[in-house]
Write a protein that binds this ligand. Sequence first.
Ligand code: SF4
Length: 135
Amino acid sequence: MTLKFVPSICSYCGTGCGLLFQVMDGQLVGTLPMKTHPVNQGKLCIKGWNLHEHITSELRLKHPLLNTFGRMTKVGWDDAIGFAADRLKTIVAEHGPDSVGVLVSAKITNEENYLAQKFARAAIGTNNVDHCARL
Ligand code: SF4
């Protein structure tokens, strides 16, 4: 039996608490707070303590689903991204770039948030960018 402690950052909110994933024989089995992390100093909220359950949940989406008239169909990433890109292009062509808004999230990294706003401004051509923390 092997037990490893893998350092990581909680992805549930923008606070960014440090944690240690407990990995036993290659399986994620628990989450512990990182005592030396400057943000949380050995503490986690209830969401952080249970992060491993979210990661290993059977209910977690692991592939894209395409909604066709209310019926969800499993598709590949290329098909999902191609469909979304085609729909965005059609909407922008028919209604203009300001008909689109991009909502970013505290549950992704700063770098991903930056890329999303860059995509909105440079690719779509709109300044309609907002963040879930303001809702
Ligand atoms: S442990 Fe709680 S406060 Fe810390 S990052 Fe996760 S959700 Fe946010």
